[in-house]
Design a protein around this ligand. Structure first.
Ligand SMILES: Cc1cc2nc3c(=O)[nH]c(=O)nc-3n(C[C@H](O)[C@H](O)[C@H](O)COP(=O)(O)O)c2cc1C
Length: 219
């Protein structure tokens, strides 16, 4: 199955089975994380036992506290960290989906309960809950194509496909606060309109757009 199929199948899952991720799949995840860290200058870490990362009452109420494991998204603290985390982290999220696992990006983690290696100059951007879902989640309500696009009136198919995949992207509180502009020279600009964790959203949205628009052009 392609990454585009995974974009369509993935939904946030907040309730997990009491079933650990097998060693073999953990190894695959760690290899993907190593690749993301190298390409994105990141320090993402897979933590097998999520421990008390989701112990806040809201996470207990939402179910996230049942997530067996977590990927902690850490990196050198600069203006581009959140966007890079979103871009490279979503590649791992989609690969996890292909492996039969489920995920949920989560900004509501307990930072002081995260047992990760945070080097000087680094910070936690966000975490990703991961494990076997008790369900597969469901499609989110979405803004329309017109609400998130601008620029040239005539939109080529690869642009349309890219935007449709972007609209399937997870965003914090499903805010979808992004704008995808088709410029006169047929280049694309994707910007965020602010909001909570919107730079992480921006990276995720750019990844979805890239995957679908390239697939539509046979790249
Ligand atoms: C940056 C970011 C932060 C998020 N934080 C949380 C969170 O703290 N708790 C939670 O339950 N869901 C969280 N989510 C999941 C969103 O609520 C979810 O992606 C959105 O409602 C769209 O649904 P979908 O992922 O099923 O398509 C987050 C998603 C993103 C991208």
């Amino acid at each position: 199955m392609s990454e585009l199929d995974m974009i369509k199948e993935r939904h946030s899952v907040r309730n997990y089975l009491d079933k650990p991720i097998e060693a073999e799949k953990q190894e695959k995840l760690k290899a993907l994380i190593d690749e993301a860290n190298e390409k994105g200058n990141l320090h993402l870490q897979f933590i097998e036992d999520s421990g008390k990362v989701f112990s806040r009452i809201m996470n207990k109420a939402m179910g996230l506290s049942t997530a067996p494991s977590v990927i902690v998204c850490i990196g050198p603290d600069d203006d581009t960290l959140d966007e890079r985390v979103g871009y490279y982290g979503e590649k791992i999220v989609l690969a996890a989906q292909e492996m039969g696992l489920n995920t949920c990006w989560a900004g509501t983690y307990s930072g002081n309960k995260v047992e990760a290696d945070i080097k000087e100059g680094e910070r936690i951007s966000i975490v990703i809950a991961i494990g076997y879902g008790a369900n597969q989640g469901r499609p989110h309500k979405s803004k329309s194509f017109e609400e998130v696009t601008a620029g040239k009136a005539e939109k080529p198919d690869w642009f349309v496909q890219g935007v449709e995949a972007a609209l399937m992207a997870p965003t914090a509180i499903n805010q979808q606060k992004f704008l995808i502009t088709l410029n006169d020279d047929d280049t694309v600009s994707i910007t965020d309109k602010g909001g909570v964790l919107s730079k992480v959203d921006l990276g995720i949205v750019k990844y979805h757009f890239d995957i679908a628009s390239k697939a539509a052009r046979g790249l």
